[in-house]
Design a protein around this ligand. Sequence first.
Ligand code: SF4
Length: 194
Amino acid sequence: MTRLLLHACCAPCSLEPVRLLIEEGFEPTICWTNPNIQPRDEHDRRLAELRRWTAANGIPLIEADEDYGAWESGVAPIGARERERRCRACYALRLAEAVRVARAEGFDHIATTLAVSPYQLFDTCNDVLTRLASAQGLTPVIRDFRPWYPEATRRSRELGMYRQNYCGCRFSAAEAALDRIRLREERRQAKHRA
Ligand code: SF4
């Protein structure tokens, strides 16, 4: 088995990557560092779910440093209008910490659950991980887990896991709320036309 540090954004998004990476011969240790998640109650709720799930399944969990001030000064000012730039900076803050932990703990391989969700910026996320990992001599393990997202949704519901309905920051909470309104309206109009 090859040791791998898996940065995780939450328990539901970890389900399928952990299963698939183990099948591939990796031995994942999960690393939590997500200072982007707001409000703090929501952050703590996602972390608590991840702690429960990793403990129940014998998966090692490292809780790394979380620099909330760096998120507010380095990511938040980019704001709502430039999503790609904002998310790139957000991914970079979290993955840089995961890379630091990987180096400190003697891992050679690193991956993330960040792009499991089809709502994330897959190419941006992988680009950030590849650059940060390679600069520190680590091997980025890039996989497209998106086809397993519906299975992750099904399994997490079956397990009764806490499931959030937005990415993490206050901008994403507003964006997700607007998306839900738009989708409801589209469904209403489609029904009206039928
Ligand atoms: S939408 Fe998600 S990835 Fe993008 S800045 Fe907000 S929390 Fe970070």
